[in-house]
Design a binder for this molecule. Structure first.
Ligand SMILES: CC(C)(COP(=O)(O)OP(=O)(O)OC[C@H]1O[C@@H](n2cnc3c(N)ncnc32)[C@H](O)[C@@H]1OP(=O)(O)O)[C@@H](O)C(=O)NCCC(=O)NCCS
Length: 163
């Protein structure tokens, strides 16, 4: 008889709107993977701009600990863009990135936004897989857009219609 696989522990996460208290964690998580990570000050400047908002994710039962991931978005007129999204390495593949993107999509939908755009390094398979599953389609490509340690890489421009 086959015994169904059951995870030993279901891990749950909850989201909060980003605020200034999240800035140190945002910078820390961002520097794990980006070749040109953004500083706390850069995040503070962005978060202070009109139309910029986002969410942080924390693990249920660990509310006193810093966030494990965040997403930052800019809304202008009826179009929005993902400025950045990152989940710390210890908490990947647990659905946090999906939950963060889903929160942005729901928020934008409620604000009657027409479309959400993003740019992603064409060598970033995990992020591209996440975006495709969320319904993003490629609408452009910018060659030599990123300077990676392995050399220059192109950016895919992706769009998700919200109409
Ligand atoms: C991209 C990123 C945010 C995804 O976050 P995450 O919390 O690990 O993603 P999730 O667990 O929500 O994954 C949702 C789905 O995305 C896809 N996906 C995510 N990571 C993947 C991987 N390593 N390989 C293949 N598919 C992947 C899968 O379809 C996954 O669903 P599944 O686990 O049921 O198969 C995370 O890998 C990250 O922070 N990377 C570094 C920063 C970065 O590249 N940001 C994007 C810049 S554009």
């Amino acid at each position: 008889m086959r015994i169904p696989f059951l995870p030993l522990r279901q891990r749950e996460f909850y989201l909060l709107p980003l605020d200034a208290r999240d800035l140190p964690s945002m910078a820390e998580i961002h520097q794990e993977d980006f070749s040109r990570p953004w500083s706390e000050e850069e995040f503070a400047t962005l978060l202070g701009q009109d139309g910029v908002f986002g969410f942080s994710a924390r693990e249920v039962g660990h509310g006193d600990k810093p966030p494990v991931g965040f997403v930052l978005t800019r809304l202008a007129a009826d179009e929005a863009e993902i400025l950045t999204i990152a989940v710390d390495r210890a908490h990947r593949r647990l659905g946090v990135g999906w939950q963060l993107m889903d929160a942005v999509l729901r928020d934008l939908h409620a604000r009657r936004t027409a479309a959400l755009f993003l740019e992603v390094d064409e060598t970033n398979a995990p992020a591209i897989a996440l975006y495709r599953r969320l319904g993003f389609i490629q609408v452009g490509r910018r060659p030599n857009y990123y300077a990676n340690s392995e050399g220059p890489a192109g950016a895919l421009v992706m769009r998700r219609d919200l109409g």
